[in-house]
Design a protein around this ligand. Structure first.
Ligand code: GDP
Length: 357
């Protein structure tokens, strides 16, 4: 009898402790999502103090904030179709289209031009994204295809290549040289970026690889002197075309634009005429800053065409529309990778389809 009583008391004690423990568990703070309750140590389990929240909160907030961030160029087509949902276009639709284009680096002038043209031509049930792409391509319709220049009386054509460091100037010269050499033309390269340590060597590698004639001097030499010698060497050797690589950043007190103007003047003096072309290399990933670059280089050395590099990445290069509309500069070529063959003539239709995709 006594044993039964002891057993009942022990049993009741166990039940009591169990109920107490389960109350404790419901009162404990909920673990952060994704964390297990089992074996983690108290420091890991503890909710983050307020001061640490931004670190952990940022990635979670991203999807929610996405609509407020600049439109990803790759989503432009879907965004345009959403704006035109229902087929009818309201004033909000046109304003939304203009904003979406500006956010894709197209710039306000080109965006307004495209919207104006789409307003004229869009009729439901057309696909609005197709109409926008057609009108974007239309902005380049008058531009002739790029060709390497030739000088008067069979003299070498002279092309000055400008752009900020890292945009792809040297690589572009190498790619163009390879293409022209493949067509049987002779090419010269002037290493007038005498400021960047590796620039001359890099150009030398391209010259060797493509069978081009390189004119270079030691690092720190006068870029104008290299340019002058290169024109004279190209003429003496009857080369078809000379490409003059230039600095994108200086480590001296002379402003870059002043140095480039000087190179241009020297080329003019050496050849007896201004450079036949001045190509600005623009990196597609630069975004809206590209228009400032284009403006500065154009004011200094009168840019005649743009080479849009790094189109192989996610950037769609909407900036060239801004450059075309605001400065009247056409796109000559596009770079689509680091390889020697990754260069293509600018195809406005393909460009517009990729931008609006
Ligand atoms: P520079 O300073 O303007 O002469 O630029 P470089 O010619 O040295 O190029 C800078 C970097 O960009 C190098 O790593 C190149 O291989 C790379 N680059 C150049 N053009 C392209 C391109 O069209 N696509 C990609 N992905 N990389 C490129």
């Amino acid at each position: 009898m006594i044993e039964v009583a002891v057993f009942v008391v022990v049993l009741l004690a166990f039940i009591g402790v169990g109920i107490y423990l389960s109350t404790l568990r419901t009162r404990a703070p909920a673990p952060p999502p994704g964390e297990t309750t089992g074996s983690a140590s108290p420091t890991v389990e503890a909710p983050a103090p307020e001061s640490q929240k931004p670190e952990t909160a940022a990635p979670e907030l991203e999807p929610a904030e996405a609509p407020a961030r600049p439109v990803a160029p790759t989503g432009l087509g879907a965004r345009i179709r959403a704006l035109f949902a229902g087929g009818k276009a309201s004033p909000e639709t046109w304003a939304g289209l203009e904003e979406a284009l500006v956010r894709a680096d197209v710039g306000p002038t080109a965006a307004a031009a495209v919207v104006g043209r789409v307003r004229e031509h869009y009729r439901p049930p057309m696909d609005p994204a197709d109409v926008v792409a057609d009108e974007v391509a239309g902005l380049f319709a008058e531009d002739p295809a790029w060709e390497a220049p030739s000088g008067p009386d069979g003299r070498p054509g002279v092309v000055m290549i400008v752009g900020v460091n890292g945009t792809g100037k040297t690589t572009t010269i190498g790619k163009i040289a390879a293409r022209l050499r493949g067509e049987g033309r002779s090419v010269g390269m002037a290493a007038s970026d005498t400021f960047r340590a590796a620039a001359g060597e890099q150009l030398g590698v391209w010259a060797e690889r493509t069978g081009a004639t390189l004119v270079a001097q030691e690092r720190g030499a006068d870029p104008g002197a290299v340019a002058f010698d290169a024109v004279k060497a190209a003429e003496a050797r009857n080369l078809d075309v000379l490409f003059v690589d230039t600095a994108g950043r200086l480590h001296t007190r002379t402003p870059l634009m002043e140095e480039l103007k000087k190179v241009r003047r020297v080329l003019e003096k050496a050849a007896g005429r201004p450079p036949d072309q001045v190509l600005l290399v623009l990196d597609a990933t630069t975004g809206q800053n590209g228009i400032q670059q284009a403006r500065s280089f154009t004011e200094a050395v009168d840019v005649t065409g743009v080479v849009l590099t790094k189109l192989d990445g996610t950037a769609r290069g909407g900036i060239v529309l801004a450059v075309r509309e605001e400065l009247g500069i056409p796109v000559a070529l596009v770079g689509t990778g680091e390889g020697v063959g990754d260069l293509a003539p600018f195809d406005a239709t393909a460009f517009a389809r990729a931008l609006i995709a």
